[in-house]
Design a protein around this ligand. Structure first.
Ligand SMILES: [Zn+2]
Length: 212
């Protein structure tokens, strides 16, 4: 786990999403904005802004944005040493956090609606837009990490929060039930696992490029 950065005094009501023992699930808003400090919260807000701008400008639909953001979560998780050799328990924890964040967003204001009409899903332009979004978000996070405005653990909280915003949109925009949303989150396990493993393999072989 990354250390350093500004020291932060935590209140007793803070929730650490990556702690191994989460305290209860009482309190409807608990965990919705589980950031360590202001810098982390700011990075999240800015990243969310980048995402929303991109989706509106390039008419990227929610399903595509979900896949792109999932790839970003895999990209960040793969850089954390904790995922080495203990990927399955880490992923179980990550998905539990994601469900928790998503639940907490039921009563929070949703993102702006995504364009319903999607370009042909297999079209070159659409794939390019998904990739451009990934690159923009990854670059932004990279810069914040480099400027020490976020830690890797924080980056994971941030991208998970972003993914939770998108998962919540399944309910807000597509009227999915809570059970359907959680089932969808469960189905992320396989893709996340293979993407993280692929990133590990790529890094072991000297590659360092960020791509979905
Ligand atoms: Zn699409």
């Amino acid at each position: 786990m990354a250390v350093g950065g500004p020291a932060v005094v935590r209140t007793p009501h803070d929730s650490t999403p990556s702690s191994h023992h989460e305290r209860g699930t009482a309190g409807p808003e608990k965990g919705a904005m589980a950031f360590l400090d202001d810098a982390e919260a700011t990075t999240y807000r800015m990243l969310k802004h980048v995402l929303q701008n991109h989706c509106t400008t390039h008419r990227l639909c929610l399903p595509h944005t979900l896949v792109t953001c999932g790839a970003l979560v895999a990209f960040v998780c793969a850089q954390r040493d904790e995922t080495r050799g203990a990927l399955e328990p880490r992923l179980a924890h990550t998905l539990a956090d994601l469900k928790h964040y998503t639940r907490a967003r039921r009563s929070a204001p949703p993102l702006a609606p995504f364009p319903v009409e999607c370009l042909a899903h297999a079209s070159e332009a659409h794939l390019a837009q998904s990739e451009a979004l990934f690159q923009a978000l990854a670059q932004f996070l990279h810069d914040r990490l480099a400027a020490e405005r976020a830690t890797l653990a924080g980056a994971e909280r941030i991208v998970l929060s972003l993914l939770a915003d998108l998962c919540a949109m399944l309910t807000h925009q597509y009227a999915h039930t809570a059970e359907e949303v959680e089932a969808r989150i469960d189905r992320l396990r396989g893709p996340l696992q293979s993407q993280i493993t692929a990133y590990h393999r790529r890094r072991d072989h000297g590659g360092s490029g960020a791509s979905p």
